[in-house]
Design a protein around this ligand. Structure first.
Ligand code: G1P
Length: 911
């Protein structure tokens, strides 16, 4: 398919968000999300063939759980049987052009025509944002023939009504728990209990499929079980009851209970005149009682009520994805960006696992993902973020690690779902970035001095020791030796996560890889592995914290910082025991032989006041040491075809061997190894240029254009580094175009002033996603693209959060600085319209702001500067920011209006 044909494959409507597609209507594995407004509600996936699943959490799957391959099996359907005995359903396809799917935020419409029967079926699917646990399916049957049509309609949504694990474990015996009622409105299933190896619990949940005609007329009856609906020969595509035109049944308890549930409702026969239509609804969901199920039903019992709920749903999601709106020269890109905008919100709701592509299927999400999703949520949903930020710190352990899995309640942490003790060395790196973004956007410095507890479980000393005496009765909070729960400031928590890592080094004096870093697949080098990649990140954090404290000292007059006494062990230059940073063993001793014995299993509880300037100097000293070590020790050169290429080594493997470079004739390079060296600022400009050249040469996919996570190491397994290298090359963490790392690469390039290169890198991802015949996904940024260019793991990826962050704060350059607003655009020429305009709308200081850039000469990034700024029409005196851009005081925005328009004139840069 040519690119032109791709444009027709996904066709955006005039609203710039909704799209329709005939090509997608013929695809079984493409899916869209439908969900409630919050994480506790319905989470569904839906394909053009109406497959997918509907669930609340891992214990409550309304319909059978699906992974991608299961999407070829049917789920929701609606059948029309004509008086002549012909059957047509929503999932039949009479020819390649007969069906069309329309997708909006967050709903799906499927239109399916039968030219043969003169029938058109249209279904609308959405989850109301009212808080009810229900998914709505509304079907309209149209007579597009020239004669009256007599029809018998029926709809079906099989109810699973069990836990995720029962997709296989105890699948049959858990169906025996079903107690089913046939009501006039439909079917209610009430499992008697849920059970698994963890225990047996009486179950209160009711699962239901209820239906009505458009005016509220009740269904004519039901076929509750698979047995009666399908018959011996039938399938969900061709159910015996429909094919044979059977009348609905009333089953005796012996036939009804302990069965697999078809959830099939049948409606009264009727005649439709030519050109006329009639509609039906099926409501599927869960409730805590039959009465509650019927209450939900009452709220959606006819066409008008469903229409109201639909409009509310549309408004809600439109508003969410409209939190940040980009206007560039490429309207198609702008539309695509509206779908990326909604992805971080989707990940807040679905976690990482509740769509058909998932790494694991149990829900929840990990520490790293939590902090990264917050990056964009700070920009998209700023009002909701402060509480989560504060709560999250309760997951930090005093050894610098943290609980890995986050429960559903705020501040609820679980060490690891599978009770395996693992430590990801990158975890402590993410909170600094997110906290500082929050503070810069809001000016809320006080948050750093809020206090929180520390997490406690049997794990000690970065998993190297266990506290055999610990039991849940002791409690999940760190205690002092006097047995009171210890509270420290959030700043102190950040210092703990950063300082411990500075000392946690391997043989090359780089931070230990432990159970893995960001790349989950580097999980087999616990003993001797080191991550240079994330050592750069920690070096950056040391400097970021120092810089921020310096600001607080100079501008806010901060003189002392209160921390627990034992932390001084790691602030070696403040006390009397300086540590020789060149001596890796001495560093480890400092951490494992001095600090951990002092704070584990309990700390003294004593706090000390540290002079702010001494703390800043200590952090800077550490940052400078680590940055220099990486800059010189890890910079390497590889000859290829007579040319020298240079880049940073990112890792040491489990045998303490350098991972990158040429080995066995094969060039090994990783993108991760480069990104944080650039982003942190430790790489010189020349090093940035060399990395760009090497990346182009070794990582850029010549066919599809994206940047791969690594070159092909050409190994069957790499047991000294991790499982990633056992994946086929070009998939997931072994050399796929991994969006998250690619976006962070782009961010790093922008932040280093390489705007053109940053744009090109981001653009490769957009082009790949938009190339429908390869990507085969709806508009969104997927987790990765495989070697065929196929988009994998749609919607739920941290890359969306970073993309939003990069667009807003880097490309458009609209970002907070200590609560004020900085405008520092790095847009490239082709992002400006033919009139030289580009704009972004977002929120700042409680106002909706639209920043419009006027660049009448369409100058490229780097060639323009800000010539004038007008706020709601008034020329504004703004101060220039060192390093680029201008700064507007927070008060100027806050006092202006709830709607602020900022016009920024760009003119040729003067030297
Ligand atoms: C996923 C995980 C993330 C991990 C990454 C690489 O990325 O969610 O925690 O760091 O794989 O292993 P995502 O889907 O967020 O892009």
């Amino acid at each position: 398919m040519s690119r032109h044909a791709d444009y027709d494959a996904i066709h955006y409507a005039p609203d710039g968000v909704t799209f329709f597609s005939r090509a997608a209507a013929m695809m079984r594995e493409i899916y869209a999300p439908l969900c409630a407004a919050d994480a506790g509600g319905v989470k569904s996936s839906i394909t053009p063939f109406l497959s997918g699943d509907i669930k609340i959490d891992k214990m409550h799957y309304v319909t059978k759980p699906v992974s991608r391959m299961d999407l070829r099996a049917p789920l929701r359907n609606f059948f029309v049987r004509t008086d002549e005995g012909e059957v047509f359903s929503l999932t039949d396809r009479e020819d390649d052009d007969a069906a069309e799917v329309r997708i909006g935020q967050l709903w799906q419409r499927l239109i399916n025509r039968s030219p043969r029967l003169g029938l058109e079926l249209e279904s609308l699917h959405f989850v109301p944002v009212s808080g009810a646990d229900v998914e709505v399916m509304q079907v309209t049957v149209r007579n597009v023939s020239r004669r009256p049509l007599g029809i018998c309609p029926s709809g079906c949504i099989p109810i699973f009504g069990r836990a995720l694990v029962n997709k296989h474990d105890h699948e049959h015996v858990t169906s025996l728990l079903h107690r089913t009622e046939q009501l006039r409105e439909g079917i209610v299933v009430s499992p008697t209990m849920s059970f698994n190896e963890e225990g047996h619990h009486p179950e209160q949940t009711r699962y239901f499929v209820l239906g009505a005609e458009e005016d509220g007329t009740l269904p004519s009856g039901s076929f509750p079980t698979m047995d009666v609906f399908l018959g011996d020969a039938g399938t969900l595509d061709r159910p015996g009851a429909v094919v044979k035109g059977l009348s609905p049944v009333r089953l005796e308890p012996g036939e009804l209970n302990g069965r697999e549930i078809a959830g099939a409702l049948s409606f009264h026969r009727r005649e439709i005149a030519p050109g006329q239509s009639c509609s039906y609804s099926l409501l599927v969901g869960q409730a805590s009682s039959r009465e509650q199920a019927l209450e939900i039903y009452q709220g959606l019992r006819n066409r008008e009520l469903i229409q109201q709920a639909f409009e509310e749903c549309e408004r809600f999601w439109h508003h969410k994805s409209g939190s940040i709106v980009l206007e560039t020269a490429d309207a198609r890109f702008d539309s695509w960006s509206r779908w990326v905008m909604i992805q971080p919100v989707l990940r807040r709701i679905y976690g990482c696992s509740f769509l058909p592509d998932h790494d694991y299927g149990k829900g929840g999400k990990g520490w790293r993902d939590l902090w990264q999703d917050l990056l964009s949520l700070i920009l998209i949903e700023p009002e909701a973020v402060r509480g989560s930020l504060v709560d999250n710190f309760g997951g930090v352990r005093i050894d610098g690690t943290n609980a890995t899995i986050i429960g559903t309640a705020p501040g609820e942490f679980i060490a690891d779902r599978n009770a395996i003790t693992r430590v990801w060395m990158d975890h402590g790196a993410w909170p600094v970035l997110t906290m500082l973004l929050y503070i810069h956007q809001t000016g809320d410095q006080e948050i750093l001095f809020e206090t929180s507890t520390y997490f406690r479980d049997p794990q000690l000393s970065r998993s190297l020791r266990k506290d055999a005496a610990w039991t849940p009765d002791y409690g999940r909070n760190l205690k002092t030796m006097r047995q009171s729960v210890y509270h420290g400031s959030l700043l102190e928590h950040l210092l703990v996560q950063t300082l411990t890592q500075f000392f946690n080094v391997g043989e090359h004096n780089m931070i230990r890889l432990e159970s893995a870093d960001w790349n989950d697949g580097l999980d087999m080098a616990f003993e001797r592995g080191e991550s240079v990649a994330f050592s750069s990140f920690y070096a950056w954090n040391l400097e970021l914290l120092a810089g921020h404290l310096e600001y607080l000292q100079e501008v806010k007059g901060l003189r002392q910082i209160r921390v627990f006494k034992e932390l001084e062990i790691l602030l070696d230059s403040i006390g009397d025991y300086p540590c020789d940073y060149d001596d890796a063993a001495a560093k480890r001793r400092r951490l494992f032989d001095q600090y951990y014995p002092a704070v584990e299993p309990e700390i003294s509880g004593e706090q000390v006041e540290l002079p702010c300037d001494r703390l800043i100097a200590d952090l800077r000293r550490k940052s400078a040491w680590l940055s220099a070590a990486i800059r010189f020790q890890e910079w390497m050169t590889v000859e290829d075809n007579g040319q020298a290429y240079q880049w940073f080594n990112g890792y040491y493997d489990g045998q303490a061997r350098r991972v990158e470079g040429r080995r066995d004739g094969v060039v090994r390079m990783t993108l991760t190894g480069q990104v944080f060296a650039l982003m942190s600022g430790l790489a010189s400009d020349d090093q940035v240029r060399a990395v760009i050249t090497s990346g182009e040469r070794f990582l850029k996919d010549p066919v599809h254009g994206g940047y791969r996570l690594n070159t092909d190491f050409d190994v069957r397994n790499y047991l000294e580094l991790g499982r990633a290298f056992s994946f086929a090359y070009g998939t997931k963490e072994n050399g796929a175009v991994f969006s998250h790392m690619t976006v962070m690469y782009a961010y790093a390039l922008y932040s280093r002033g390489f705007a053109r290169e940053g744009f090109e890198v981001l653009n490769t991802l957009y082009r790949m996603a938009d190339h429908f015949s390869f990507s085969r996904i709806y508009p969104n940024i997927p987790e990765y693209f495989d070697s065929t260019g196929r988009g994998m793991y749609a919607y739920l990826t941290g890359s969306a959060s970073w993309m939003v962050l990069t667009w807003l704060t880097m490309a458009f350059g609209v970002r907070g600085y200590q609560g004020d607003l900085v405008i520092d655009p790095k847009l490239v020429q082709e992002q400006f319209s033919s009139e030289g305009r580009a704009a972004v709308t977002s929120s700042f200081a409680g106002a909706r702001i639209r920043v419009v850039f006027d660049n009448p000469q369409r100058l490229d990034a780097g060639r323009y500067q800000i010539a004038a700024v007008r706020l709601n029409g008034e020329a504004l005196a703004v101060s220039a920011v060192p390093g680029g851009g201008v700064c507007l005081g927070r008060d100027q925005i806050a006092s202006a209006n709830s709607c602020v328009e900022i016009l920024v004139d760009l003119a040729e840069k003067t030297l």
